[in-house]
Design a protein around this ligand. Structure first.
Ligand SMILES: Cc1cc2nc3c(=O)[nH]c(=O)nc-3n(C[C@H](O)[C@H](O)[C@H](O)COP(=O)(O)OP(=O)(O)OC[C@H]3O[C@@H](n4cnc5c(N)ncnc54)[C@H](O)[C@@H]3O)c2cc1C
Ligand SMILES: NC(=O)c1ccc[n+]([C@@H]2O[C@H](COP(=O)([O-])OP(=O)(O)OC[C@H]3O[C@@H](n4cnc5c(N)ncnc54)[C@H](OP(=O)(O)O)[C@@H]3O)[C@@H](O)[C@H]2O)c1
Ligand SMILES: *[C@@H]1O[C@H](CO)[C@@H](O)[C@H](O)[C@H]1NC(C)=O
Ligand SMILES: *[C@@H]1O[C@H](CO)[C@@H](O)[C@H](O)[C@H]1NC(C)=O
Length: 471
């Protein structure tokens, strides 16, 4: 195989003629791809597979619930659905997006013009329903169907001698399960539904109410209550603001540097919890004590892939899923793709790029390096991150690196990269959020052209772009 110096100095393989012929030589005709989940990522996968009908058979999308939209399908109930399965969505009643609609959308399907930049979650669900209808995806989704197992099988047919057996059921009666074979699988099961509760010594001694943000719906029950909220991620900060609005007394306990931006009234910061004493008091790392009515964990979520065969050798430890080449595929099983495991990203455009890259791998536009090369690539990348002092649990956080990542996938996969305004507008919103968490969601953005955009306050005053080059 020839190789060229690729984007970012990586060695990438040129598609060798033999690889391109491989598809036809299998005699199988079109590739059959299964998609696990019909949230934003699964819908995006289906949309692109369906539009490449010369190479791909219509996809089969398995969705556990009766709806598309995943976490954007708000459920007032907590715990379990009527059928006993655990509730997937982590949405709360009054949530609005934290990314302006101008860059939150899929690049080929904007939100409606008349909407504000930061929409209520019900609008995101409507948007995903429209995306589903516009691209005629619904007929390809099997609702109320749970993927119970995904197993690799060696075969002399299929994509590079590998196929996948998916076993599904209604999630309740496993004796009614069905198994189907596919050439490839896109795993889009979502990554914010299995609550992560840190191991805190003595936690069982706590006598008040324990809960996780996954089960938070609205602030009223917290009115006048004392709350220790652990974790100052986006859930922690947003929920702290909601609690403040009903006059809860909130201690925001977290391990970051103390926040310096204006905080809502009634919110006090504290270091993390060290342990819970036998009398039920929470002891902070600075030795101070508290005995709140409610101990609310905003400590994020665990990755979970209960259906993946252990043969794949994927390790899920400390919020790291590894090894995955380009954060997508296990090198030894390169026709299974886990979409959207990166964190601190702009999700929909990220799915849009990852999906098109996956298609470019499967249709031969991009030839993957050898298994060994991919394993080395993953090792080198993780070692470099550790070398920069990144903790294991933060290795999948792409943050500002996501734009180079998206561009690299577009370059390798030969598809259109995101317009230049995307990264700049997104990064500016992050600056505004850090500066003024209380008001940034009232701003309104206007995209002028491929490169330029402006932002105004709710009173129409223009705000300086923090990343604008000084003239
Ligand atoms: C509280 C909260 C607020 C957020 N706010 C924003 C925001 O403002 N802007 C933004 O862009 N993003 C936001 N996000 C991120 C959000 O996760 C993404 O926008 C996006 O919804 C992720 O889509 P997904 O398809 O990966 O996962 P999900 O939306 O979780 O969908 C996964 C789907 O897979 C199905 N499924 C799971 N397991 C199986 C199985 N075994 N078999 C069959 N089906 C299965 C589920 O039922 C679900 O429908 C937020 C997330 C949370 C939790
Ligand atoms: N639209 C909105 O306004 C909105 C609102 C809420 C959430 N969201 C989205 O929902 C997703 C999930 O967000 P999330 O905040 O739930 O999860 P998250 O981003 O994983 O944040 C969890 C936080 O908890 C902290 N934490 C974990 N264990 C801790 C411990 N023992 N002590 C102290 N701190 C601890 C983590 O700190 P470390 O990283 O240091 O471990 C991290 O800051 C994100 O995509 C977010 O954008 C959006
Ligand atoms: C599960 O499905 C099987 C096969 O259809 C059926 O015989 C059995 O009664 C079902 N069990 C329950 C608990 O519904
Ligand atoms: C999931 O989170 C729990 C704490 O809630 C932790 O003990 C467990 O090890 C995590 N599992 C994985 C696979 O990361």
């Amino acid at each position: 195989m020839e190789s060229v110096q690729g984007f970012g100095g990586l060695e990438v393989g040129l598609p060798a003629a033999a690889d391109c012929y491989q598809l036809q030589m299998t005699g199988l005709g079109k590739l059959r791809v299964a998609v696990v989940g019909a949230g934003a990522a699964g819908l995006c996968a289906a949309r692109h597979l369906l539009s490449c009908g010369e190479t791909f058979a219509p996809p089969v999308v398995y969705e556990l619930t009766k709806h598309v939209g995943g976490t954007w399908v708000y459920e007032e109930k907590v715990g379990a659905y009527d059928n006993g399965l655990p509730i997937h969505s982590s949405m709360y009643r009054d949530l609005r997006t934290n990314i302006p609609k101008e860059v939150m959308s899929f690049p080929d399907f904007p939100f409606e013009e008349h909407l504000p930049s930061f929409v209520h979650h019900t609008e995101v669900r409507k948007y995903l329903e429209k995306y589903c209808d516009h691209f005629r995806l619904r007929d390809h989704i099997q609702f109320a169907t749970m993927v119970d197992s995904v197993k690799p099988v060696q075969t002399n047919q299929g994509w590079r001698g590998l196929a996948w057996d998916l076993t599904t059921s209604d999630g309740i009666n496993k004796s009614k399960s069905v198994t189907e074979r596919f050439d490839a699988v896109m795993v889009c099961n979502g990554h914010f539904y299995d609550p992560h509760i840190p191991a805190i010594p003595g936690l069982k001694n706590f006598k008040g109410m324990l809960m996780h943000s996954h089960n938070y719906r609205n602030a009223e029950p917290f009115s006048g209550k004392s709350v220790v909220l652990l974790g100052a991620g986006l859930s922690g900060l947003d929920i702290a603001m909601e609690l403040s609005s009903v006059n809860a007394k909130v201690i925001l306990s977290h391990s970051q540097c103390p926040l310096t931006c204006p905080l809502p009234k009634g919110i006090q910061q504290a270091p993390p919890i060290k342990r819970v004493l036998e009398n039920g008091m929470l002891k902070f790392q600075n030795g101070e004590l508290a005995k709140p009515d409610i101990f609310l964990f905003c400590t994020g979520y665990n990755f979970t892939f209960p259906f993946l065969d252990s043969k794949l050798g994927l390790q899920v430890q400390e919020h790291l899923v590894s090894p995955l080449y380009k954060f997508l595929l296990p090198p030894a099983f390169p026709s299974l793709f886990i979409v959207g495991i990166c964190r601190a990203i702009c999700p929909f455009p990220h799915f849009h790029c990852q999906t098109q890259f996956v298609l470019s791998v499967l249709d031969g536009t991009f030839t993957l390096p050898s298994c060994k090369e991919m394993e080395q690539d993953v090792e080198v990348d993780i070692a470099a991150r550790r070398g920069r002092g990144v903790a294991t649990r933060h290795i999948l956080k792409l943050d500002s690196e996501q734009w180079a990542y998206n561009d690299e996938l577009a370059h390798l996969g030969g598809f259109t990269a995101l317009p230049p305004y995307w990264s700049n507008l997104y990064e500016s919103n992050k600056v505004f959020r850090a500066r003024d968490m209380l008001n940034y969601k009232t701003y309104h953005y206007t995209v002028l052209n491929e490169k330029e955009w402006i932002v105004r306050t709710q009173h129409g005053q223009p705000i300086q772009n923090p990343y604008a080059k000084h003239k």
